[in-house]
Design a protein around this ligand. Structure first.
Ligand SMILES: *Cc1c(COP(=O)(O)O)cnc(C)c1O
Length: 426
């Protein structure tokens, strides 16, 4: 027998996780709009509940349409297992949930999506969790921030609101040495541009709301597990490595091998937290993901041209796009995201806060929205919107100073994108 060929990214984004429907032959993944699934008999039901047999019980846990999407994203990221959830923010909680407990903390990058900074600095405190924010370019500071109660290191690959690429290899060396999992939010890069697991990530989280769906229709999230982390080694992850009272004493790791985290996330996380993706939402994302590589190529090509144009414009103070040679992170592209530095970046206007407000009020092609990763070009003034809840020091640390606007470059004709910015800058 010939050895099985490894399929390429373009093939996987269309075929992974799916096969023609066995019941009907339907070629496209059907939307299984059902809450529950009929058991063959009482023995079958018991085996499903014992995780002795894999199958469908109830759609809060698993659903065939949602599973198809989870398996496809898992294949694109090169993971062992994945679960989908209702939003990117839900995915972040779902990634942390099996690891954390009251009094435990995470070490997180200062360069994160604004909503994530709020989730980590405020909301998770209600669970008794906390986050320490560190500049991830300061490797000594990352190392020093990890203490006995640290249960994860968290960063974005290409970080929001733009222009920054995390040195994932350097960070994963630190988390590995401390026997702590590294969680990477790969939303802005997508697995087409960056494969965090190849750079040492334990878990990859996504807001599928963005590029994976691609057209701004649904919110969703995903957690991909590399299957490589030894949850038992340090004794710090008892929910995974010791008898789990929430699931009749099952020891997930090593019983379920590389699928321990994924099964825990389904059997306990989705079961009890209920942050489930719905099958309609999964359908939209499955449709979008089929063209991910094509869209990302155009997004990156357009972003590079727009950034280069802006950098030369006298009205612009600076542009933070890692794809520009002027960027201090330019040399990380070949290592971390060889197909390009994404399509989200910021630039600063010499006319300050007021100039930014004027710009967002005068664009015609760009949409002024709190979103990114759409086929359409999007613009937002972070300081007055997404990063409004942060103080000025946090805004600055997150790259969202008052005179800065964030662009998410779409896949329109690049000449039209540039012309729109040109007229709106006045
Ligand atoms: C949008 C986004 C999130 C949050 O995702 P939702 O689907 O809006 O909950 C998290 N991280 C990044 C990088 C994002 O862009």
């Amino acid at each position: 027998m010939a050895t099985e060929r490894k399929l390429g990214f373009n093939t996987l984004q269309i075929h992974a996780g799916t096969a023609p429907d066995t019941a009907t032959g339907a070629r496209q993944v059907p939307i299984y709009q059902t809450t529950a699934y009929v058991f063959r008999d009482a023995d079958h039901a018991a085996k499903l509940f014992n995780l002795q047999e894999v199958g469908y019980i109830y759609s809060r846990l698993t659903n065939p349409t949602v599973s198809a999407l989870a398996n496809r994203i898992c294949a694109l990221e090169g993971g062992a297992g994945a679960i989908c959830c209702s939003s990117g923010h839900a995915a972040q909680i779902m990634a942390l949930f099996p690891l954390m407990g009251p009094g435990k903390n995470i070490v997180a990058s200062t360069r994160l999506y604004g909503g994530t900074i709020t989730q980590f600095s405020q909301t998770i405190k209600r669970f008794g969790w906390s986050a320490k924010f560190v500049d991830f370019d300061d490797l000594a500071a990352v190392k020093a921030a990890i203490d006995d109660n640290t249960r994860a290191v968290f960063c974005e690959s290409i970080a929001n609101p733009g222009g920054y690429i995390t040195d994932l290899d350097a960070i994963s060396k630190i988390s590995d040495a401390a026997h702590i999992p590294l969680i990477v939010d790969n939303t802005s890069a997508t697995p087409y541009l960056c494969k965090p697991i190849e750079h040492g990530a334990t878990l990859v989280v996504h807001s599928t709301t963005k590029y994976l769906t691609g057209n701004g229709t649904v919110t969703g999230g995903c957690v991909v597990d590399s299957g490589k982390f030894d949850w038992a080694k340090s004794g710090k992850f008892p929910s995974l490595s010791e008898p789990e009272p929430a699931y009749h004493g099952l020891v997930f790791h090593p019983t379920l091998g590389a699928m321990a985290f994924t099964f825990h996330s389904i059997a306990i996380g989705l079961r009890d937290l209920g942050m489930t993706m719905n099958p309609q939402g999964a359908h939209y994302t499955l449709m979008g993901i089929e063209t991910l590589s094509l869209r990302m190529e155009r997004h990156v090509a357009n972003a590079l041209k727009v950034a280069a144009w802006l950098e030369k414009d006298p009205r612009v103070e600076y542009v933070t796009y890692a794809g520009l040679k002027s960027s201090p992170y330019y040399n990380r592209i070949s290592k971390i995201c060889p197909k390009g530095a994404g399509a989200i970046f910021t630039f600063a206007l010499k006319t300050g806060y007021d100039g930014c407000v004027k710009l967002v009020d005068h664009v015609k092609l760009f949409s002024h929205v709190a979103n990114l990763g759409d086929t359409r070009s999007l613009i937002i003034h972070s300081a007055s919107t997404t990063h409004r809840q942060l103080n000025e020091a946090q805004q600055k640390a997150a790259g969202a100073s008052p005179n800065v606007v964030r662009l998410s470059i779409g896949i329109e004709d690049v000449e039209d994108i540039i012309a729109d910015l040109d007229q709106a800058m006045g």
